[in-house]
Design a protein around this ligand. Structure first.
Ligand code: PAP
Length: 296
């Protein structure tokens, strides 16, 4: 069935398929379909969600730390966040069985996905489900530059101009970005008790406010300023990047752990994009999101 879907070439390297308004690699699409059709959510599950390169690794680390009842157990020191909090549609790309089995409902799960809201399982979305979703979005120009660096390190490197065309056409896994963001944003307004919408830039500029918001939302309010400081330090880019497991390890078949930790700066796009490129992305963002009241 997948082979019959509209397809395009991604990053001059792989075929990618269009399904229900979004693009997916074929093996990932199989997992998206399996998840949608088979996953039975528990009310105490937590699902983290994001487009590609908007702060997933950071969000996984923070949510894991906020939910951790045993402060002495610093799991991030020995394992990469992507192994500890599996992305449901790419578990087949992780080199060893993940800490959490996506389909084992015997205990609450902390999971992540790049799947758009409209394609999530009904058992997560239904009005009777109390499963919580934390979403993270990021400035689209920085998202694009982060994506360019990441795919250049995992596939063959391509020039910025070609990657820009790819980004603007939305032809990348779980793209187009703006539809992805709009879906979760609109839903977060309709059901604020269910979806917490975070922005990477706000986490950077005001981390304490944002993580206490997230901890409260997850029903695990942080006890003290010290606890908050400790979590922020444990999850900081500087610390994670310099851990042995992230310097030299490889959790995924296709990407090294180090490729998830680059600069982590707001506004890095200024070092790469021409004014015309920046304006084109801004225009797309305005066109898609302005009416919803979201500015990224
Ligand atoms: P993914 O969608 O493939 O999982 P994701 O973690 O969302 O990737 O994006 C990686 C970006 O988050 C990188 O941004 P950059 O390319 O602009 O540098 C990476 O540096 C940044 N990042 C990773 N971990 C952290 C962290 N702990 N704090 C802040 N930013 C981080």
């Amino acid at each position: 069935m997948i082979e019959k879907l509209p397809k395009a070439r991604f990053w001059e390297a792989e075929d990618i398929f269009h399904w229900e308004g979004f693009w997916f690699w074929p093996d990932v699409l199989k997992m998206v379909m399996t998840f949608r059709d088979n996953f039975i959510a528990r009310n105490d599950d937590v699902l983290l969600a994001s487009p590609m390169k908007t702060g997933t690794t950071w969000l996984k680390s923070l949510a894991l730390s906020c939910r951790n009842d045993n402060d002495d157990n610093d799991v991030l020191a020995v394992e990469n966040p992507h192994f500890l909090v599996p992305t449901v549609e790419v578990v087949h790309l992780i080199k060893k069985p993940c800490k959490t089995d996506v389909y084992d409902a015997s205990a609450p799960r902390l999971l992540h996905t790049h799947i758009p809201y409209s394609l999530l399982p009904d058992s997560i979305k239904s009005s009777s489900s109390s499963t919580k979703i934390v979403y993270i979005a990021r400035n689209p120009k920085d998202t694009f530059i982060s994506m360019w660096h990441f795919y250049n390190s995992t596939f063959c490197p391509i020039p910025l101009e070609k990657a820009f065309d790819c980004f603007c056409s939305g032809v990348y896994n779980s793209g187009p970005l703006f539809d992805h963001v709009a879906e979760y944003w609109i839903e977060s307004w309709k059901r604020p008790e269910k979806i917490l919408f975070l922005k990477y830039e706000e986490l950077k500029s005001n981390p304490k406010v944002q993580i206490s918001k997230m901890a409260e939302f997850l029903g695990k309010p942080l006890g003290s300023e010290d606890e908050m400081e400790k979590i922020l330090w444990r999850c900081s880019l500087e610390r994670l990047r310099n851990l042995e497991v992230n310097k030299n390890g490889k959790s995924f078949l296709v990407a090294s752990n180090s490729s998830f930790f680059r600069k982590g700066e707001v506004g890095d796009w200024r070092n790469y994009l021409t004014p015309e490129m920046a304006e084109k992305i801004d225009q797309m963002s305005r066109h898609k999101l302005e009416a919803t009241g979201l500015f990224l």
